[in-house]
Design a protein around this ligand. Structure first.
Ligand SMILES: [Fe+2]
Ligand SMILES: [Fe+2]
Length: 258
């Protein structure tokens, strides 16, 4: 199933939507690394990650969020994964390692994140269309932002593994958000370029660049172990962020009814 078919599909069972998204975005990836260990990290390890089906993703897909809940999610997401990542994490990453391959890789990602204009500006505009305002970052956004900084400034093989985790999951996450917002804000999804600047092969390409970065920084079994550790840590961090926002939404709604 293509993403357009998934968007048009009236299926409401979330486990089926998860399966379709995973098949369409992740299982269809082509092999780009001759190194079997790196290929395994790129295309296989991600499929085992429970964070792909975390409860916040489920709620984004199952129609159970109110408009105010969606707004809170968008604000936390923009504050961390979109804006902080671009404005702060990628700059810290450039300062963290002088290695040429790393510098070129981060430069490339900064360029991509700026094209055709900073992605946080597009996402901010989409939030505006949906009636969402950017709130000060809550605890989940602050923790997730710190986690990104820690991941990208860690020792090189770990940082490269972490970056591959980010890029390998990004296409899936953004496809899932498109499906969620296609349902919740149908009139706005096509008015923004934010989805298209990620979903027309860009995230696959970023994951492939991350894969070649990884091949060039792994020189020993210890490096490989560190890279896997970094990769897996990203999925812990994204899972914690999603759980954190889910809890924030529940807490706010509980306060509102008392
Ligand atoms: Fe982006
Ligand atoms: Fe990316």
């Amino acid at each position: 199933m293509t993403l357009d078919e998934i968007l048009a599909n009236p299926e409401t069972r979330t486990h089926v939507i998860f399966d379709n998204l995973i098949d369409s975005v992740l299982r269809s990836r082509r092999s780009v690394s001759r190194d079997p260990d790196v290929d395994h990290i790129h295309r296989e390890m991600i499929l085992q990650e429970p964070a792909l089906r975390n409860p916040m993703y489920r709620r984004l897909l199952d129609g159970s969020l109110s408009t105010a809940d969606h707004h809170l999610f968008m604000s936390e997401y923009q504050n961390s994964s979109v804006k902080h990542f671009y404005v702060t994490t990628l700059r810290k990453a450039l300062d963290a390692h002088q290695d040429d391959t790393w510098q070129q890789y981060i430069d490339h990602i900064i360029e991509e994140e700026s094209s055709p204009r900073p992605h946080y500006a597009s996402f901010g505009e989409f939030m505006g269309l949906c009636g969402a305002t950017l709130l000060p970052p809550g605890a989940p956004a602050r923790r997730y932002s710190q986690a990104f900084d820690d991941g990208y400034t860690a020792p090189l093989p770990y940082a490269a593994g972490y970056a591959l985790g980010v890029e390998a999951e990004a296409g899936y996450q953004i496809a899932l958000l498109k499906k969620a917002y296609h349902h919740a804000f149908p009139e706005n999804v096509d008015k923004t370029e934010w989805f298209d600047v990620h979903l027309q092969g860009q995230e696959d390409e970023h994951a492939e660049s991350s894969t070649s970065l990884l091949s060039s920084v792994i020189h020993s079994p210890d490096d490989l172990a560190l890279a896997k550790k970094g990769f897996k840590q990203f999925f812990v961090d994204v899972g914690e962020f999603m759980d954190g926002v889910n809890l924030l939404i529940e807490q706010r709604n509980a306060r509102a009814t008392h």
